[in-house]
Design a protein around this ligand. Structure first.
Ligand code: GLC
Ligand code: GLC
Length: 810
């Protein structure tokens, strides 16, 4: 069953009922100001940091599920309704929600009145625009009341939801004309405030929630709206809100628009006030002046469209499969931008209070983002490196506002350091900008100790080189990529955090997955050494990598697949000798991607085992058999009921590793099959089963052991976005940035005749045509650049800014 459809021309997903299986959301904002907006206008806004600078309040896990947002109420005679159906839930005569790139348009119709809400964040301004357009489609004149409503958050979202004894007394606002200023805590240490304004004269306003809604009413029946009259309330403590009351008189066929701006403003500390406790409104005046007319809003929307057109023109493909095209050209890249901006902080499943930027998460997010805005990727790499410790280990997370490591979770996740190599290497392969390696980067944010980024990478590699266990495999620490494989934790008490309980270092628990990473990213580090003239170091790194390959093929090989780990007693995890959890997906993907066992058949055997034991119709599950009881020696992984999350769920992030691995063996058919199974656009027709948005990946789909097999959860903020984009763009379609240029090495289904692709790379736009009339799965027979046949399949430097590339597969 579908709840909408793709509009490929406008690059939108069009939702045709407000009652989607779960809220289907979109993100507004590209730089500092962000909004989450659902298909019923739910959600919230924040500036830079979803925990520390939250602008509007949102209550997670509420009833109804998605309650609270930017609500516009229309009172047309006795009928009160919202264009997005929520919160009044008045049945609409027509409803659509178009989620586009950085904007959302919700349109409702009731009794001959059409109300459209366009919501977006302008490219370079810290505000959300909501333009409400009312159109009278009836034969009679209409007198309509329009009420706006948002609820302010008292900035720190966590404190806002917990510290009521203080917060009920701190709220403050100012109201001048049509503008409401939210200034809680501005009197003391804050130098920022929020504004909520409309470009028309208002009939009245409210800033006290109790006055507007009534103590025992709800968002669905605010007293002020029921009565058609604002209270002109000024909030003192309790819950400050913003609400405007406007009237529209519409002749048949007439339209009127109202431009609302919800903004974030800052003043220099010494210019906060114009009179005692009166805000200096200069930044607000300047911001609001930019969005007073429809023409200004149209221009800002056009600028947003151009911004996205330009970004997406970096990589776009044309195949015979329109679903594939829309995934690659629009939605997957869009999600990569969102994961880059948000890491795992704010979604409908991440509260924005829990985690900042994950070290490993952010490094991996770069893989799918670096081609879009390399300058921002560069900045991010340096921010991340600045939090590394001197011994090469790292904090697990850092806070985007302060850019400092989170001390409460600390470090000890032993895969983290190697991901820094992955992100940096991807950046240089994309841009050719080796100068980043010379950038001085701090240790633990201490800039007096700064050393070049290259030294950070060296320490990342060095950390894993020396941090080894009894089998000479890397020690796992608190966990590796799998946050739930906690082999040193041994937690017996409810409530202890699996990620921070117990020692961060155990003496023996080891990870085969990190060993695979060491091979893959060790080689990428050696490539960087070679390219920068460090020949001896490169040889040394390669030798260490070769030793690790031997270790993996010995202690890390179980006979038909790669072992997952060794626990604190040196017993294997993910081995045929285990009762449960005999085979895990992660080492199969990572080791084969790293090239382990390609020559001696182990790689092929491992992937065959994955297909036989882990595959399902909705994707490859993380492990089998699922853990049915709690294993204190394994930690959180066995805390989940079978089939969910890391305990044998389809953890979408690692499915593309298998895709990449299959292409190493030339298996184009199988690689595409694996790619397709978790790909949301192919699941659109079964949205009642999959339930999450058909335009983005979710972190997890319930596995075959779960009663709800096929049900997705935790959409949007997942490393799946970056890895699937890497898998499809670089490994299947085969356009691979390398240090020496763009390589073309497709591995596609034999049935595919070929494709054309536009790729902007290091200042040149390549128009690539791949001819697969041979119906091969892999292999380039001939390649021509601007009509000239070239050796090999790496495009040599060309003159000019465009080049035609023709590739013939064999
Ligand atoms: C979550 C975490 C990520 C981790 C994964 C597997 O998605 O954000 O860091 O690798 O779970 O446990
Ligand atoms: C839980 C989740 C895992 C996530 C981790 C973050 O362990 O299962 O996916 O990475 O929390 O702390």
């Amino acid at each position: 069953m579908q709840f909408g459809h793709f509009d490929d021309v406008r690059k939108e997903y069009v939702i045709t009922t407000p009652k989607t299986p779960l809220p289907w959301i979109n993100y507004l904002g590209s730089e500092d100001f962000f909004g989450l907006i659902s298909n019923t206008a739910g959600g919230y806004a924040f500036y830079k940091d979803a925990k520390l600078l939250r602008i509007t309040r949102y209550r997670y896990n509420n009833t109804p599920l998605d309650n609270g947002g930017r609500y516009y109420y229309i009172k047309d005679g006795e009928t009160i309704w919202n264009p997005g159906w929520q919160p009044t839930q008045t049945e609409l005569d027509e409803y659509t929600c178009r989620h586009g790139l950085g904007y959302t348009v919700i349109t409702g119709k009731k009794n001959g009145l059409k109300a459209q809400m366009e919501a977006f964040v302008p490219v370079h301004d810290a505000c959300e625009i909501h333009r409400i357009t009312l159109t009278n489609e009836s034969e009679a004149e209409k007198d309509v009341d329009l009420f706006s409503f948002i609820e302010f958050c008292l900035w720190n979202a966590q404190d806002d939801q917990t510290n009521f004894q203080r917060n009920f007394s701190t709220g403050e606002v100012e109201v001048i004309g049509s503008t409401i200023y939210h200034k809680t805590e501005y009197r003391e240490r804050r130098n920022h405030f929020a504004v909520y304004s409309v470009n028309k004269e208002i009939e009245g306003f409210d800033t006290s929630r109790d006055a507007f809604i009534g103590q025992y009413n709800g968002f669905h029946d605010p007293e002020a709206v029921l009565e058609g009259k604002s209270r002109n309330s000024v909030a003192h403590g309790w819950a400050p809100i913003g609400s405007h009351h406007l009237k529209a008189q519409l002749a048949p066929g007439a339209s009127e628009s109202f431009v609302f701006v919800l903004g974030y403003c800052e003043n220099p500390r010494d210019q906060k006030f114009v009179a005692p406790n009166v805000i200096n409104k200069k930044p607000a005046d300047e911001l609001l002046a930019k969005y007073q007319t429809d023409a200004q809003v149209d221009a800002a929307l056009d600028a947003l469209h151009t911004y996205w057109e330009n970004l997406l023109s970096t990589y776009s493909v044309k195949t015979a499969d329109e679903k594939l095209n829309r995934l690659v050209n629009v939605w997957n890249q869009y999600q990569c931008m969102v994961t880059f901006n948000m890491s795992r902080s704010a979604s409908y499943y991440e509260s924005g209070m829990g985690r900042g930027m994950g070290f490993r998460d952010s490094c991996q997010d770069l893989l799918g983002f670096v081609h879009l805005i390399p300058e921002r990727a560069r900045e991010r790499i340096i921010d991340i490196a600045n939090t590394q410790f001197e011994d090469g280990s790292t904090y697990h997370q850092y806070q985007p506002l302060t850019k400092k490591g989170n001390a409460d979770i600390g470090g000890g996740f032993n895969d983290d350091p190697l991901w820094l190599i992955a992100g940096t290497s991807a950046y240089i392969r994309e841009t050719g900008d080796f100068s980043i390696l010379d950038e001085p980067c701090a240790f633990d944010s201490d800039f007096s100790k700064a050393v070049p980024l290259m030294e950070h990478l060296r320490r990342s590699f060095g950390f894993t080189t020396k941090t080894r266990g009894p089998h000479n495999l890397p020690l796992i620490g608190r966990a590796d990529w799998n946050d739930c494989l906690n082999l040193n934790c041994f937690s017996e008490e409810p409530g202890e955090s699996f990620q921070t309980f117990g020692p961060s270092e155990g003496p023996v628990a080891e990870s085969v997955f990190i060993a695979g990473m060491y091979v893959k990213y060790g080689n990428e580090y050696a490539d960087l050494c070679e390219a920068t003239g460090l020949t001896e170091e490169a040889a040394d790194v390669r030798a260490k990598v070769a030793e690790m390959v031997d270790v993996i093929e010995d202690a890390g090989w179980d006979g038909e697949w790669f072992v997952r780990a060794y626990d604190a007693f040196s017993n294997p995890v993910g081995s045929k000798v285990c009762e449960e959890g005999q085979i895990f997906i992660e080492p199969q993907g990572m080791c084969v991607m790293a090239g382990v066992g390609l020559e001696n058949g182990k790689a092929a055997q491992a992937l065959k085992s994955v297909e036989e034991r882990l595959d399902s119709k909705f994707g490859i599950v993380l492990l089998q058999p699922a853990y049915t009881k709690y294993h204190v020696e394994l930690g959180e992984i066995s805390s989940y009921p079978p089939g969910y999350k890391e305990n044998a769920g389809i953890f979408c992030h690692n499915n593309p590793w298998i895709v990449c691995a299959e292409t190493q063996l030339g298996h184009g058919d199988r690689a595409f099959e694996v790619f397709r199974k978790t790909c949301p656009v192919y699941l659109e027709e079964i949205s009642e089963v999959h339930r999450t948005e058909p335009y983005v990946y979710c972190q997890m789909v319930a596995g075959k052991d779960a009663p709800t097999f096929g049900e997705g959860k935790n959409s949007w903020l997942t490393g799946t976005a970056a890895w699937t984009f890497t898998a499809i763009s670089q490994y299947i379609l085969g356009i691979q940035p390398t240090l020496s240029g763009l390589k073309v090495d497709p591995c596609i289904p034999a049935s595919m005749d070929g494709f054309t692709l536009n790729r902007k790379y290091r200042g040149v736009e390549y128009k690539i045509t791949v001819d697969n009339s041979a119906h091969a799965q892999k292999g380039v027979a001939e390649m021509y650049v601007n009509g000239n046949k070239i050796e090999g399949n790496v495009i040599p430097p060309v003159e000019g800014t465009t080049a035609e590339v023709k590739v013939i597969m064999e």
